[in-house]
Design a protein around this ligand. Structure first.
Ligand code: NAD
Length: 913
């Protein structure tokens, strides 16, 4: 059996929104609006037909022994070289065996199917056994033209052979007719296109049905036998009409991909065939046709092997990995449809020494380095002496392919000064997981998306285009693995140990399951008593949750202690340390209810509720805090309640206990600050046995604990940089609750206290919360009391700002920490004064001076600053917490630097905050 043995596709990540073309050029060519649906694929500035072909071929060769290939055919009408074998560049990039027949197929849109028939017939005749047929096109058009809308860029590859065939070749039918719907003269950049009506009616409308019918007749089949029908035609309505004319089932027709990428020239028939193969089941018959000065039609039957194909991007994966752009000017620049001044630096010589290219061909085009036979160290480039200092062997390197090795970003920079078509130029060190590293350009990414440790793949791209000599220089660049950034940003708890009290049911159970699912080892504590805390207790709720976690592959141990006792709390922490060696997270969640109106509230009910909620949190948190202090990390979540924050009839005991936990948090946030222990409080709203009789049944349904858990997980994570805050969460609503202090008034004098009448007279102003602030601690409250009071009108004007910015203490705390964060060993020879002007609420002026490897931080302005950094307080806090990269803050204008800008770059090195 001969046929297709594998497939691969490549659609560039960039997609141009067609409406962006209309918005820019619709004034000139309003008719293009009629075809402005969806988006067209567009090459990045460093992509062309060859680079796309390499990507598609690599996708196709996944799980395929590439050294078996004995021929490589490249089909395209937009090959970069008119006289240098383009297929040879492809073969070199794939680092294929040199005993290979290479050929370029070109000069017609149907050329890919011609190459495919050639390969199939050669394998059938025994002349070849394994042929790679790649089709690719990046067609140029003038601006504001229908063809700019219709066309897309893309590539596809197929292997043809006689083993592991996924689609058996049944036969072909070819029609050659010199029908000129469009042509491109040898000296011209753009196609010349004849009238569309002629092309539709006389071209597509007649030639394609004739070729497909010819194939069916030759095979003795009727159109009803065909399960999938794939042929190009960018006129959407006519595309459907052709199938109708043939009598095909509408569901058999493969969509022409107009909305998702557009017509990709010579590659399009292959892309449509791949779409058919991605959806096909064994036994299905597929007809694929190529069109252009006639047509080729081929028949395939899908085999069982299709399900055994190694995973690949294919067309579906390639289409899914996209970035849509609306910036039409970018398209014009990338396509060289506008003449942009690139600056003097761009005039640097770009000539390629073909001698060097030949001698280093494997290294440059194939990304082949060396691996030491003596010590196994991979290195790029290959050299005569092993780089491993412990080895240093001579002439010990075997060829080692780096192109398919998984790699990660080790260092990176965004360079606004380097010449780049799409600034900033992003480059840095790439570390291969299996060993070896290299400096590389990064492409198909934005600076804000790059992180140290981000997984990347190496991709074959254009390095430099030498326009003067018509030469394209290719090399490999690093491209972030699709989805890797999202994966890195995922909140995980691997290696973290969490204690959750009362985790046998309700909210606690949900927190435990979710923390374990995200990698935490969990202590599931639950006494297993009744709702009011009575009953002897039972191990079953905690055990059930532990079993659930373990069944899902997580780590957990059960604990049945009573949080209301000192020993119980100590034993819960001991359980965590014994089982997992540390405690990173404590969620004080255990709770009971004993509701009574106040007069009926017996001491027993009062004490029982305080014992579980308030004392329970103390009993567990105190020994855990000791462990957290010692390890320099901790996240604690208290559980308060709306009853405590705002009051609830009949819950005097519960309200008092719940609000007391806020007080406990307020002090622990201060005591934990130095040790990276963050303490926050959740006020949940969820369906559980505690609320089943309080809430109406219809609301109860919407109150799943899963809507509270995300907030608690965030507060329990490393990402959480806030401490001492209260958050309401439930039913999909999340907000912060805070204790605010109004600006108030000052009454009386030092020697004469005011009277009660004075208070009464100023009652409205005393009550006014306009301009109210959340204060960081008792000292801040005292300071606030003593500061001069603003007139009421000004306070009101500042009100919204005060809410938007960080509290004053946050920015000040960062500067307080700076001397500890100073790295004297990095400051040798540095003599600089950094002036910070922090705008907005919570802001101010600070001076940081570094001299003689010492650092001083002072509030206020410097007499003479080396450089001045101006930034809004909220952005400053985000920048220091790592949420806003400094480079991004600078390039977006949020951070303004004046004076010696270069010196400001030392800050990141001098301080580790
Ligand atoms: P729940 O009754 O379903 O869960 C509480 C768990 O704590 C129970 O499994 C119970 O056995 C356990 N527990 C009780 N006393 C204990 C003790 N002494 N030692 C160890 N475990 C003990 O209730 P829930 O609604 O999931 O409540 C969880 C927390 O959230 C409680 O602190 C509650 O006050 C608070 N809260 C809940 C809501 C809500 O809407 N559900 C609202 C505000 C506050």
């Amino acid at each position: 059996m001969i046929g297709i043995t594998s497939y691969g596709a490549y659609i560039p990540r960039l997609r141009l929104n067609r409406m962006a073309i209309v918005q820019a050029m619709g004034w000139f060519a309003p008719a293009i609006m009629t075809v402005a649906q969806g988006e067209r694929s567009m090459c990045n500035w460093d992509e062309d037909s060859i680079t796309m072909a390499v990507s598609a071929a690599r996708d196709c060769l996944r799980g395929h022994d590439k050294q078996r290939l004995d021929a490589v055919y490249l089909a395209s009408t937009t090959l970069p070289f008119a006289d240098r074998q383009n297929a040879g560049i492809l073969a070199a990039a794939l680092n294929l065996n040199e005993q290979l027949a290479c050929a370029d197929f070109t000069a017609s849109q149907k050329t890919a199917t011609t190459a495919l028939i050639t390969a199939l017939e050669q394998v059938a005749g025994g002349a070849r056994r394994d042929v790679l047929v790649t089709a690719t096109d990046r067609r140029e058009t003038k601006t504001a033209y229908f063809y700019e809308m219709w066309f897309g860029d893309g590539a596809a590859a197929l292997t043809v052979g006689d083993t592991d065939v996924i689609a058996e070749f049944k036969g072909s039918y070819s029609l050659s007719r010199d029908f000129v719907d469009h042509y491109r003269g040898a000296q011209n950049k753009y196609d010349y296109v004849w009238e569309e009506r002629w092309n539709r009616d006389e071209g597509y409308g007649k030639i394609l049905p004739e070729a497909i019918q010819g194939l069916l007749d030759k095979q003795g089949l009727s159109i009803d036998d065909i399960d999938r029908l794939a042929y190009p035609c960018f006129f959407k309505a006519d595309h459907r009409k052709i199938a109708k004319r043939l009598g095909a089932k509408p569901e058999a027709l493969i969509d022409n991909l107009h909305e998702v990428c557009g017509e990709c020239g010579a590659a399009h028939s292959f892309l449509l065939l791949i779409r058919a193969l991605e959806e096909a089941k064994p036994g299905e018959k597929i007809v694929v046709a190529g069109y252009g000065q006639g047509a080729n039609a081929l028949l395939f039957e899908v085999t069982e092997n299709i399900s055994r194909l190694a995973p690949r991007n294919g067309l579906a994966g390639s289409l899914a990995n996209k970035k849509t752009i609306d910036n039409y000017a970018k398209w014009l620049k990338f396509r060289e449809l506008i003449n942009v001044e690139m600056g003097i630096r761009a005039e640097a010589p770009t000539q390629t020494a073909t001698t060097v290219l030949y001698r280093k061909n494997k290294m440059i085009l194939g990304l082949v380095g060396g691996k030491c036979r003596e010590c196994g160290t991979p290195q790029f480039p290959k050299s005569d002496i092993c780089v491993n200092p412990a080895c240093g062997a001579h002439h010990s390197q075997d060829d080692y392919e780096f192109a398919d090795q998984p790699a990660r970003v080790k260092t990176f920079t965004g360079d606004m000064l380097a010449v780049s078509v799409d600034p900033p130029a992003i480059y840095g060190m790439v570390q291969f997981d299996g060993g070896g590293r290299m400096m590389a350009d990064f492409t198909d990414c934005e600076l804000a998306d790059i992180r140290v440790g981000l997984p990347v793949t190496m991709e074959f791209k254009r390095k430099v285009v030498d326009k003067e000599r018509g030469f394209v220089n290719y090399f490999w660049k690093a491209v972030p693995v699709p989805g890797a950034l999202e994966e890195m940003n995922r909140i995980r708890f691997d290696g973290r140990v969490a204690i959750i009290t009362g985790a046998g049911a309700g909210l606690g159970r949900t927190y435990a399951l979710e923390l374990a699912r995200r990698g935490a080892a969990v202590v599931v504590n639950d006494l297993g008593g009744a709702r009011d805390g009575t009953g002897a207790g039972s191990s079953s709720p905690a055990d059930t949750v532990v079993e659930e976690i373990r069944a899902a592959g997580g780590q957990a141990v059960a604990n049945y202690d009573n949080v209301a006792t000192v020993d119980g709390g100590a034993n819960i922490v001991k359980t965590a340390v014994d089982a997992f060696g540390r405690v990173d997270i404590v969620i004080n969640n255990a709770g009971i209810l004993r509701d009574k109106s106040f007069v009926k509230m017996t001491p027993e009910n009062w004490n029982a509720v305080l014992a579980v909620h308030l004392n329970g949190a103390y009993h567990v948190t105190r020994p855990a805090f000791e462990v957290m202090k010692a390890q320099g990390y901790g996240r604690i979540v208290m559980t308060t309640s709306a009853a405590g924050l705002y009051g609830n009839f009949g819950q005097a005991n519960y309200s008092a206990a719940k609000m007391a936990l806020v007080g406990l948090m307020n002090t622990l946030k201060l005591e934990g600050q130095k040790y990276d222990i963050k303490v926050n409080t959740i006020a949940p709203l969820a369906a559980s046995r505690l609320t089943e009789d309080v809430m109406p049944p219809e609301i109860f349904e919407k109150m799943r604990p899963e809507f509270v858990a995300p907030m608690v997980l965030y507060l329990a994570s490393e990402r959480c940089t806030r401490s001492g805050e209260i958050y309401n969460a439930g039913m999909g609503y999340y907000n912060r609750a805070a204790i605010l202090t109004g600006p108030g008034v000052k009454l009386g004098h030092a020697d004469q206290p005011p009277t009660a009448e004075d208070v009464w007279n100023r009652w409205e102003e005393i009550n006014d919360l306009a301009g109210a602030k959340a204060l960081a601690d008792a000292n801040a409250a005292l300071m606030d009391l003593m500061t001069e009071k603003k007139p009421a009108a000004k306070a009101a004007a500042d009100d919204t700002k005060a809410e938007a910015g960080p509290d004053g203490a946050e920015v000040a705390a960062i500067f307080d920490k700076m001397p500890q964060a100073f790295q004297p060993d990095k400051a040798a020879g540095v003599d600089a004064v950094f002036q910070y002007l922090i705008d907005g609420p919570g802001g101010g002026e600070w001076t940081v001076a570094v001299k003689d490897q010492q650092c001083t931080v002072e509030k206020g302005k410097a007499a003479k600053a080396t450089c001045t950094l101006k930034i809004n307080a909220a952005d400053f806090v985000r920048m220091i917490s790592g949420e806003l990269p400094a480079m991004q803050a600078f390039t977006s204008g949020k951070l303004q630097i004046s004076g010696d800008v270069m010196k400001s770059q030392l800050i990141g090195k001098l301080f580790r905050i």
